[in-house]
Design a protein around this ligand. Structure first.
Ligand code: PMP
Length: 289
């Protein structure tokens, strides 16, 4: 909810709380022309902050908006805002762009009407007990049907209905497939499994978000001598796995403890991924606010 300390930069100023930034005539409210990114600040660390600030500008362009704030400036604003938090509670870093006006028939976003805000709010880092996962009857759209390369708000009602459907059957999250039936990600994160000491994860195919945490964990595992195969994977591959885990900026690396009717234990490759990520964050993720 909006109940934790929130600070938002908009139009040159920082405001506390939840300022009203769009109205009924805003294109973003009518047709959902919003993009966002998500990064974390915890224990003085904001791993890969620059990559998140670069990605939101790519998302803006992919949705037909203008990337009006250079990535380095988003980083600088983030540090400025974080300096106003005490750092005891982790902070979620959420830059956003949206369109105020539409073009032809009001439908395409008018790029010159792009607005930017940077929302920072307290959100504790969750220690990963693990979560349960079930194959969703809903699919991820193809790049021909949605701007899948943008981290756009309009892609998330699909994730939302997948989670609700999974929860109605007693699971926490949904394993999403593409139109061909290959597993691509969960409704909110990327997904990996391990089998006989090798780590497997879906190969980027334009139908899922090639997450920044995903790419970081793959690089860290490979540098540590673990074989990671990016390839087409199916739900049956996950059922036959030794372990399953998930990556995302929110909680970093989290084990899957149940998939369909199979139970899983957090395994050695999950632990190694999480430890490697934290070692990386401590070595390279410290920021001065
Ligand atoms: N897939 C989806 C659908 C997501 O919402 C997220 C979270 N942003 C991810 C994957 C993980 O991406 P990242 O590691 O960049 O946060």
């Amino acid at each position: 909810g909006n109940d934790t300390r929130t600070l938002t930069f908009f139009d040159g100023q920082w405001a506390e709380g939840n300022p009203g930034l769009i109205g009924p005539r805003s294109h973003a409210m009518w047709l959902g022309s919003t993009v966002f990114d998500g990064a974390r600040w915890f224990d003085g660390l904001a791993p890969d902050l620059e990559l998140h600030c670069q990605r939101i500008n790519r998302s803006a362009v992919a949705l037909g908006l203008e990337a009006t704030v250079p990535a380095e400036e988003i980083v600088r604003l983030t540090k400025e805002g974080l300096g106003r938090f005490d750092g005891k509670t982790a902070v979620y870093i959420r830059p956003m762009y949206w369109a105020e006006d539409g073009g032809y028939m009001g439908v395409p976003a008018e790029p010159t009407s792009t607005r930017f805000c940077l929302c920072l709010y307290e959100s504790p880092m969750i220690s990963p007990a693990g979560f349960s996962l079930s194959v969703s009857p809903f699919r991820r759209p193809t790049p021909e049907t949605m701007p899948t390369l943008a981290k756009a708000g309009c892609l998330y009602p699909n994730s939302g209905r997948a989670i609700l459907e999974a929860r109605s059957r007693g699971f926490d999250n949904a394993l999403m497939r593409d139109m061909l039936g290959n597993v691509v990600e969960t409704a909110t994160s990327n997904v990996f499994y391990a089998k006989d000491g090798v780590v497997y994860t879906p190969a980027p195919n334009g139908c899922f978000l090639n997450g920044i945490t995903r790419q970081r964990v793959i690089a860290l595992l490979r540098a540590d001598g673990v074989e990671v195969r990016e390839m087409n994977v199916t739900a049956n591959d996950f059922l036959a796995a030794d372990e399953i885990f998930s990556t995302g900026n929110h909680s970093k690396v989290v084990p899957v403890t149940k998939f369909e009717d199979h139970s899983f234990q957090p395994g050695p490759l999950y632990h190694r991924s999480r430890e490697l990520y934290w070692a990386f964050a401590k070595e390279f993720g410290r920021i001065d606010v």
